[in-house]
Ligand binder design. Sequence first.
Ligand SMILES: [Zn+2]
Length: 219
Amino acid sequence: MPWYDGITSKRRILTVFQGKSVTSSPIWSNVVPKAVKDFTDLFNNLKLNVGLALAKPTEQPEAGSFQFGGADIWVEALEQFTFPIAGRNVNLDFATEPFAQGITEKQVWDFGIKDQVKIQVRKAVILMRPNPQSDDFPRRVGNGVLGCWTVHEFIHAVGLTAHTHGAGDLYEANPALRSGKRDDPETDKLEVRGGDKVPPIKTLTGDTIKRIQTLWPKP
Ligand SMILES: [Zn+2]
């Protein structure tokens, strides 16, 4: 699903608003800004025509149906949250997504003139789990893996919906969590289908890249 024309053809930067549950969390207030940078560095390296930037704390996306102001993407880190955005109350809840590490929902709008129908994305909301725990030890998951999960959700937010199958990348459906050392969460990794371990995030596979290029064509 493409974003609206002004963004895909001119701005090509989506802004990310960090909600209260992110800015007040000692974990997520570090992970989200780093994921914004990692996403943008990765996409620059791959010469993809979209990047991310942090929005100002005053740029919460507007709630009204005909209001387009504020940031493009809104992130919170809670078990459940209702986002008042783009004329809707969007309720995201991990109770209905027990296997997900993040949930992204894109808010679409008909930008068509007169009889023309042109459904495009105008905003996106992302919910991350507040405090993900290791499968192997009674401790939390490291920030590096949390960042990879966040970059995965950002790929949904820039327009992709279906996951990448086969020899995938961190955008495959459920990258396997491989816990590292008991006393060092930062040694945790995600194993993607090709056997690659992230972090660090080195690249994306051809199918993911191709679909991003379709949504964000060369200017
Ligand atoms: Zn996903």
